[in-house]
Ligand binder design. Structure first.
Ligand SMILES: C[S@@+](CC[C@H](N)C(=O)[O-])C[C@H]1O[C@@H](n2cnc3c(N)ncnc32)[C@H](O)[C@@H]1O
Length: 277
């Protein structure tokens, strides 16, 4: 299970604010595999409610989508019922660090916004990341593509205006994200060649909802960012009071504007491209 987010509960609201970003980047990375897109078999690792599989299935031959959380798998499975019945996509409940797939069966793997869920920051050395990359190397064919969508520490610092309101949870979430440099080192360690990173500068993970200055006051909105699972009731109360206070003084919009200004430079997410040797 995700170590801190209760996706059994938040899965209901997840799709209300989250959008799959960077689709053209992922397709561009897949195209590097040397195989036509429509012949590719792809693993969606940590598929959540299936947003990425839903957006990309029509380009590829088949997707195997896995997630550790049964509620997420259930929603994804329902959403893509027709494609499932046509044999274009399969959903299963499984952890990314213990795959049941045969060796070398995938042409590509995508893993979107999952890494910060898999290891506890107090665990020494990100053990699940290690097991996961070993498994990814095993199930990818030689020259197969790995696309990792995650956030850099700089993006976490500057890409989310509301993190200013919840400094304690921010401090905790940033420790769950492996620094990108370290991730790249680890890719080499497990037999991948790193080919570069891409940032969709104009896309935001929560779509238009991200810009709602009253967003943090609403549970449905908060369910779109797992950082709120790390916010205590007291801290949430303080953050909400601060929003109400700024609203009454007429400074809320300028607060959002000020703390969102760097996002246009850093973006919110980084896509790493690696090739399995
Ligand atoms: C932020 S969501 C991202 C979902 C989806 N990839 C997307 O971008 O819309 C993180 C997902 O990772 C899943 N997850 C966490 N730990 C996992 C693990 N060890 N194996 C598989 N999935 C995991 C969670 O259940 C959750 O659905």
């Amino acid at each position: 299970m995700s170590l801190y987010e209760n996706y059994r509960k938040t899965s209901i609201n997840y799709d209300k604010t989250r959008v799959p970003i960077g689709l053209e980047i992922i397709l561009g990375c897949f195209a590097k595999s040397g195989k036509p897109l429509n012949e590719m078999i792809v693993l969606d690792a940590g598929c959540g409610t299936g947003s990425y599989s839903h957006a990309l299935h029509e380009y590829v031959r088949r997707i195997e989508a896995i997630d550790i959380n049964p509620a997420m798998v259930e929603i994804a499975s329902r959403k893509l019922k027709r494609h499932r019945e046509e044999g274009r996509i399969t959903f299963s409940q499984a952890s990314i660090d213990a795959l049941v797939f045969t060796s070398r069966m995938f042409d590509a793997i995508m893993i979107n916004q999952v890494l910060h869920h898999i290891d506890n920051p107090n665990d020494q050395g990100y053990p699940t990341h290690h097991r996961m990359l070993r498994e990814f190397h095993r199930v990818l064919r030689p020259k197969g593509i790995l696309v990792i969508n995650t956030c850099s520490h700089e993006q976490l610092r500057h890409g989310f205006w509301y993190y200013r309101l919840i400094p304690e949870a921010f401090g905790e979430i940033i420790r769950r994200y492996m620094p990108i440099d370290q991730l790249i080192e680890m890719l080499f360690e497990y037999g991948f060649t790193y080919r570069g990173s891409f940032v969709p500068l104009h896309d935001v993970l929560q779509g238009e909802a991200y810009f709602d200055p009253y967003g943090p006051l609403k549970k449905q909105w908060r369910d779109g960012d797992s950082v709120f699972a790390l916010v205590t009731p007291n801290q949430l109360y303080r953050a909400c009071e601060r929003i109400r206070d700024m609203d009454s003084r007429g400074t809320l919009l300028s607060f959002v504007k000020e703390h969102d200004s760097q996002r246009k430079v850093t973006g919110q997410a980084t896509f790493l491209l690696a090739v399995r040797e």
